[in-house]
Design a binder for this molecule. Structure first.
Ligand code: MSP
Length: 694
């Protein structure tokens, strides 16, 4: 039996960030769990290296596109190494790169097959047509909707956001994939259970496809996009980067290249399970299956779309908001296992999750340090203290039954054994259903149950009474056996700590090869010497660590990140991975709705002694009392000229004190030129005070 799992391949124009790390952790965990069961597993991750964005970042950084890709890949492989996700640590089997020559061969083969194929409705799957779009001559590229400004007059062309010049409507020759013929076939595919998961996402994809599909442009002229795989037989065209990128999943295991096929095995491993973020589900669930259908290649085993990590307040993470999670901070302050555990425990797989350093510290302290870590150290310490480091036999003989009963301990271990067996079964069931957080709850149920058994039996009292020797033995054995089970169950999630506990228990088999399904209660051998007890998850001093993290992030500056790709030169902003992500950091309407903007009228305005930039103004925003606001506009506005002016006030900004005055809001102004000259936002029509801006 084999199993093949993939993460998305990440764009080679941005640095690895938490989102990438997360998907890899999930796939790595699944791969480890399959391997434990003796299933030969192939785990793919990698980078998506072609296309205009990579070409552009290469240009900006004065590199060739290949150098740019190599540069970013270097960061990725450092990251996978640092987080023990690479092959040497038992992680991925291939770091796939779309610039691999065998990929070129494989993707060309897929193209050729599609070029010969008919759609389910009997038409040619591929045809030549014209791609039409808005082109900026100065940028020498087509602009997508978020890259241009719509014209004031509907008949005029839009303008380029970079050059502020009018765009030209240009059409160029392109190959099209006849996606519109695949709707029925796709809908049939979605009826297969587990093809697209979770259910809510499947429904989204279904309704998208039911709405009708448009044919897809799958090539660009080499003169427009040169960094890509040439179209077989027509080298004036390069392949659309998603066509190229998605195909990596089959070329990686040997599709279209004999050597790679011999090294890995396409027939052996395909089809794969694709784990992707919900942001790219459509590409995986609509385009990819259609390409495969056209080429006559089997469909993936399934596509699982996970949610996105947001900040602790539920906002998208972005550099501008300063709410990103930095991989180097994670790496410096948290163990790999704590991060893995948090990722799988905190996000209900499929939903969005919230990631903050504070939550991570809390979970580490409560579940790992006080939970599992404490159970392990108390159990092992007691075995050392009371039984000279040898696991005692858990059997209670006839004469031991009464004393055990008196101490409130069951003379047989049926109750705890069946509890743990049941929890194990549930753990596996949830795990196989991708409900990792539920699975972990089950495992922590075992931690709690075992802890309770110890606390109820009070081994420290039993140890004082020679008549309770067998009772004490039974309690210690049961606790140690329960730990052994936990190590096997938790190995895929927290491989390092599980191994550590396992070794401390005196066991040395390879945990990565022990199937949790095969566990049998009572197989822990008695009389074996256990290892030295070492702390596993030291408690984190939350206040101290938070202040360290804060001061570190305040000290990070552009110069430190000078060798990072894509950092806008001289931007003077904090450098984070998000800098490197091209495009717009969108907010939802609900994000905008959090800002309460009100029309206000300035009642009074005065300068503040010894603060030459600040004006103290009071503003009527329709409340009982005018608001007092401090505004840094004193160098540009005479106070008396402001009185009576209508302005826009952010009314729900947290009040703060400056120069001994409380500012209860903020006024809005444009910031002009390098010195940031303020120009106050105002209205040209009558508006009442307190009116809300929407
Ligand atoms: N290159 C394409 C994928 C091609 S696959 C054939 C791409 N790359 S990407 O670098 O943008 O990576 C996107 C993936 O990163 C998401 O699908 C998701 O798996 C992961 N994440 C990016 N941001 C994330 C979060 N904030 N939270 C969780 N995962 C995130 O798209």
């Amino acid at each position: 039996m084999t199993f093949y799992i993939t993460t998305p391949i990440y764009y080679a124009n941005s640095l690895p960030h938490l989102g990438h790390l997360y998907t890899m952790i999930v796939a790595d965990t699944i791969a480890r769990q399959k391997r434990q069961q003796g299933i030969e597993t192939f785990f793919l991750t990698g980078t998506d290296e072609h296309g205009i964005n990579i070409e552009r970042s290469a240009q900006r950084n004065r590199r060739t596109p290949q150098e740019q890709a190599d540069f970013v890949v270097n960061y990725f492989t450092k990251m996978t190494d640092a987080f023990a996700l690479d092959t040497a640590h038992g992680g991925y089997d291939i770091f796939m790169r779309t610039t691999n020559p065998f990929h070129y061969e494989g993707v060309s083969e897929l193209w050729r097959r599609i070029a010969k194929a008919k759609t389910p409705k009997g038409n040619d799957a591929l045809y030549k047509g014209h791609y039409e779009g808005w082109f900026c001559a100065a940028c020498a590229e087509y602009k997508s909707e978020d890259e241009y400004a719509k014209p004031a007059d509907a008949g005029d062309p839009p303008t380029c956001l970079v050059h502020d010049t009018k765009l030209d409507r240009i059409s160029e020759e392109s190959y099209f994939f006849r996606l519109s013929d695949y709707d029925e076939a796709l809908l049939k595919l979605y009826d297969e259970p587990n093809f697209v998961r979770p259910e809510a996402r499947r429904n989204e994809v279904k309704s998208f496809v039911s709405g009708g599909l448009q044919d897809l442009s799958v090539s660009r002229l080499r003169t427009s996009v040169s960094w890509g795989v040439p179209v077989p037989g027509d080298p004036d065209h390069t392949m659309y980067v998603w066509f190229d990128a998605l195909t990596n999943y089959i070329t990686a295991v040997g599709f279209g290249n004999e050597q790679q096929d011999r090294a890995v095995g396409f027939e052996k491993f395909w089809p794969a399970l694709h784990v992707v973020g919900k942001d790219i589900l459509r590409f995986h669930a609509v385009y990819w299956p259609s390409f495969l259908m056209a080429a006559g290649v089997a469909q993936p085993r399934g596509i699982y779309a996970h949610g996105m990590w947001l900040d602790p307040n539920g906002r998208k993470m972005s550099k501008t908001l300063g709410n990103t999670i930095e991989l180097d901070v994670l790496q410096r302050h948290f163990s790999i296992d704590a991060i893995r555990y948090f990722c799988l425990r905190e996000m209900v797989f499929g939903n969005d999750g919230r990631f903050g350093y504070e939550n991570l510290i809390d979970r580490t302290n409560s579940d790992l340090a006080s939970g599992l870590g404490n159970l392990s150290s108390r159990t092992l310490t007691m075995i050392h203290r009371y039984r000279e480091g040898r696991v005692p036999s858990g059997k209670i003989s006839d004469e031991g039954v009464l004393p055990a009963k008196r101490a409130g301990v069951d003379n047989d271990d049926m109750a705890i054994a069946s509890f743990i067996v049941h929890a194990r079964d549930e753990f596996i069931r949830y795990f196989e259903d991708f409900a990792f957080s539920r699975a972990l709850e089950e495992a922590w149920g075992i931690v709690a149950r075992t802890d309770k058994m110890i606390s109820d039996a009070k081994p420290w009292d039993l140890a004082k009474d020679p008549g309770q020797s067998q009772t004490l033995n039974a309690v210690l054995y049961r606790a140690a056996e329960s730990l052994r089970w936990l190590c096997v169950l938790l190995y895929p999630v927290i491989p390092n700590a599980s191994r550590e506990i396992y070794n401390q228990l005196g066991l040395d088999q390879e945990l990565g090869l022990i199937s949790p399904k095969e566990l049998k209660w009572g197989e822990l051998k008695a009389d074996e010497q256990i290892g030295e007890v070492k702390p596993l998850f030291p408690r984190i001093d939350k206040a101290k660590l938070m202040s360290e993290i804060k001061s570190n992030s305040e000290n990070t500056s552009v110069s430190e990140g000078a060798e990072r790709p894509e950092v806008p030169a001289g931007s003077g902003q904090h450098v984070t991975e998000a800098d490197a992500v091209p495009g717009v950091a969108y907010i939802d309407i609900s994000d905008f709705a959090k800002i309460d903007l009100r029309v206000g009228e300035v009642r009074t305005a005065e300068r503040i002694p010894k603060a030459d930039k600040l004006l103290l103004i009071t503003v009527d925003i329709g409340e009982a009392q005018p608001r007092q606001i401090l505004a840094g506009i004193a160098q540009y506005y005479e106070p008396e000229k402001l009185v009576g002016r209508k302005i826009v006030v952010v009314s729900n900004l947290k009040p703060r004190k400056m120069r001994g005055y409380e500012s209860q809001g903020m006024l809005l102004a444009a910031s002009i030129g390098e010195e940031g000259k303020p120009v106050i936002a105002t209205f040209t029509e009558e508006v009442p005070n307190g009116a809300r801006l929407k």
